[in-house]
Design a protein around this ligand. Sequence first.
Ligand SMILES: NC(=O)c1ccc[n+]([C@@H]2O[C@H](COP(=O)([O-])OP(=O)(O)OC[C@H]3O[C@@H](n4cnc5c(N)ncnc54)[C@H](OP(=O)(O)O)[C@@H]3O)[C@@H](O)[C@H]2O)c1
Length: 346
Amino acid sequence: MMTRVAVVGATGYAGAELVRILAGHPKVKLAALTSRQHSGKIFSHVYPSMAGIVDMPCEEFSADSLAESVDLIFMALPHKLPMEIVPLLLRKGMRIIDLSADFRFLDVTLYETHYQPHTCPELLKKAVYGLCEVYTEKIRSADIIGNPGCYPTCTLLPLIPLIKAGLIETERIIVDSKSGVSGAGRSPSLTTHHCEVNESFKAYKVADHRHNPEMDEVLSREADKPMHVTFVPHLVPMTRGMETTIYATLKNQAGKEQIRNCIREFYKGRPFVRLRSEGIAADTLHVKGTNFCDIGIHVDQAAKMVVLTSAIDNLVKGAAGQAVQNMNIMLGLDETLGLMAVPYPL
Ligand SMILES: NC(=O)c1ccc[n+]([C@@H]2O[C@H](COP(=O)([O-])OP(=O)(O)OC[C@H]3O[C@@H](n4cnc5c(N)ncnc54)[C@H](OP(=O)(O)O)[C@@H]3O)[C@@H](O)[C@H]2O)c1
């Protein structure tokens, strides 16, 4: 049986990536695409690469009409908007995967400190943080998923196994990330203007980014004690891709083999997390357009430090791909369905 799905905010970058992946999914029927600016327009007229593939029209959002035509909704709207409509959609019996930050936090105070007042805080306990490889069991039965942010996905996947195994210190972890410009969305702005980013490389929101409390909350939960990482994001002049380099102090005389075995065992049987060969760092080129998270492991024994590198495509594993992986798990499907397109060699 085909599951009927809608993408709300289908013409934004994350929404369009969802449409791309869902259009090739064997168990899904794209039943509705919503957009305010492009309502009435054919999707492939907004994104011409979709000509002959997704030629259905975009429509205005209507909870009533979605309730009649779809079973599951992907929300790809800016934060603040989803929390205003999700309660209504849940009451109408739909399952929801939200790509914004509105349902990622357990602690409402943390959300409200970094975003704005939450209009349905009672739903935060019901929502499941959709980091697929870590919270698989909870995801299966969830009705509302808070799909993780791109930076947290790229950071948490390499760190969580080592934190849980007690192989690294929980203090003084440094997370140094670089993102392609599509991470900022489709709306034009001065900071993402070609002339401002082309041939440029800069840090922004140093130790002040909204994804920092999201990472801290999840890491604290996994470590079973309060944790804070120093997070520095950078913007790089490429369209998609994200690389994160993490510096942490080794504990209990852990060595390179122990670190590798720990991460390898944690993700055994999970096809989207790939360990790079010894001495090789993760590279955004090798995950472009895919749902993979590649992890490289390096140990500086003299400094008693582990250096982890991880690479994802911010629009796929960092957004739409992980959202579809969440859907597959929720529907009891193979988690790779629709997500195993063979990567470009370069
Ligand atoms: N880009 C990424 O790499 C990435 C990664 C992880 C998570 N996310 C999350 O995914 C969500 C969408 O991000 P995005 O990058 O796709 O952003 P985007 O390109 O700006 O798209 C957002 C879409 O939401 C629609 N929208 C509806 N009401 C809106 C309103 N009041 N104000 C602004 N837009 C409105 C817009 O389409 P209409 O105006 O036509 O309705 C717009 O196309 C965000 O919550 C973001 O945090 C994005």
